[in-house]
Design a protein around this ligand. Structure first.
Ligand SMILES: Nc1ncnc2c1ncn2[C@@H]1O[C@H](COP(=O)(O)OP(=O)(O)OP(=O)(O)O)[C@@H](O)[C@H]1O
Ligand SMILES: [Mg+2]
Length: 237
């Protein structure tokens, strides 16, 4: 793999708790090339969300390094890191973190980086593509959990980030919506995006270019590289 888009080396992050440190992830390394769809599995509590927060530089490791597009994220100051993230990384949080006082469309528009032209066309495209057109003005509290999850995905994709980090993006969806979301993630990848997805399910495996498994904060078993899925170019909504 020549010059990976994402290169994480030896990341360790313990969580401080009252009884003592709890291991989040321990000494994890990962290389992700442009155009990959990396699927990371593992049981509840194995460190998947901790790892994804580290890969998005939303959490600082106690040791190890993170480079995205050749940039050492933790060598930047906080403002530089925020700007880099806003432009380069889309993040779907496991708990969504939607803005409670904004409707669906405004939540999606909130995913655009500072200074982006606030054209609503792209936002409307994703709202339509993810089956949210009827709920365009609804407040998050009035949405079903699966609808909130799709809003969170639209918000992450609206800026067409080079890198998408998605934490259980189909965790609350029925089979039809799971297929719809995964098909859109694959289309985003084929249009030039790169996906790192964590899940405890197996539904994303058929799209994976790299499949890894976490157990108690460490890689379990060798990474598995399935045959690369067909890479016909695709355009986004
Ligand atoms: N902020 C925190 N403070 C203390 N411990 C934490 C914190 N965040 C995570 N942990 C602990 O770190 C370990 C890994 O948690 P993490 O959320 O990364 O797991 P996960 O694989 O995403 O689980 P799930 O599938 O349930 O979402 C767990 O033991 C968890 O209790
Ligand atoms: Mg998690």
């Amino acid at each position: 793999m020549t010059s990976p888009l994402l290169e994480a080396s030896d990341l360790t992050r313990n969580h401080a708790t009252r009884p003592g440190a709890v291991a989040g992830v321990v000494g994890l390394s990962l290389r992700v090339g442009r155009g990959e769809f990396v699927v990371i599995g593992g049981p509840s509590g194995s460190g998947k969300s901790t790892l994804l927060l580290l890969l998005g530089a939303l959490l600082r490791p106690q040791s190890g390094t993170l480079r995205i597009g050749g940039v050492d994220l933790h060598a930047l100051d906080a403002a530089g890191r925020s700007l880099f993230r806003a432009r380069q990384v889309g993040f779907v949080f496991q708990m969504f973190h939607l803005l409670p006082y904004l409707g669906v469309r405004d939540n999606v528009l909130a995913g655009l980086p500072p200074g982006a032209s606030r054209s609503g066309t792209e936002a409307d495209g994703w709202i339509e593509a993810l089956g949210l057109s009827d709920r365009r003005d609804a407040a998050p509290a009035t949405l079903s959990v699966g609808e909130r999850q799709r809003v969170a995905l639209a918000r992450a994709l609206v800026k067409r980030p080079p890198l998408l980090l998605a934490d259980e993006p189909t965790g609350n969806l029925d089979p039809d919506n799971t297929s719809r979301v995964l098909d859109h993630l694959d289309r985003y990848r084929r249009s030039g995006g790169t996906v790192v997805l964590v899940t405890h399910g197996s539904e994303a495996d058929r799209f994976a270019t790299q499949r890894l498994h976490l157990e108690a904060g460490r890689w379990a078993g060798p990474p598995f590289f399935p045959p690369i899925p067909p890479s016909t170019p695709s355009s986004l909504p």
